[in-house]
Unconditional design. Sequence first.
Length: 222
Amino acid sequence: MQLTELKNKLPQKIIEILTNENITELRPAQEKAIKAGLLEGKNLLVCTPTASGKTIIAELTATKTILENKKKAVYIVPLIALANEKAKEFKRKYETLFKIALSTGDLDNDETKLSYYDLIVCTAEKLDSITRHKTPWLTSIGTIIIDEIHLLNDVSRGPTLEILITLLRQIVPNAQIIGLSATIGNPQELAEWLNAELVVDNWRPVPLHKGVYYNGTITFVD
């Protein structure tokens, strides 16, 4: 699927920005997400390999939510370092179109200032703290993106993430939820919990080969 085929579904400015990034053709997972209702507000659980294009899937719906639906988008990540990386990337690409904020700091701050921003990149712990402060701008969220959603199964981070998702679904029941992961052990069960369409694809930009390294030699397994 060519990116230009989405001209009636996406703001033209977004298509222009992605084209300038040399993105003119959608990858298999991205096309599947589009066909599953990504740009129609459907909840999606996207389970595809690393570097298969999951972030672009998130960007497509987040930018549409912000520019067309006039709602906020939140991008939840598990680590501060990843939050910094994503915020820097999004600012480079989209800061001329809307306001982007990074929120990872003081857990006792209600972050009222974020009401002036459109795309908010944060950790699960930070957003969990914001929900507990009952910050008014939360009701303006139109899209919730959860990167590395398989961490629901993590002993330390899983409970916080699960509670956060549950709270957000109560605060903004009509918000679109997009879960992203390269590895989920029970994708169908998780998709059902999220009331989401499951998007699974095995395409990767570089072929994956398995092998055994021993005594200076790698023996690949067919």
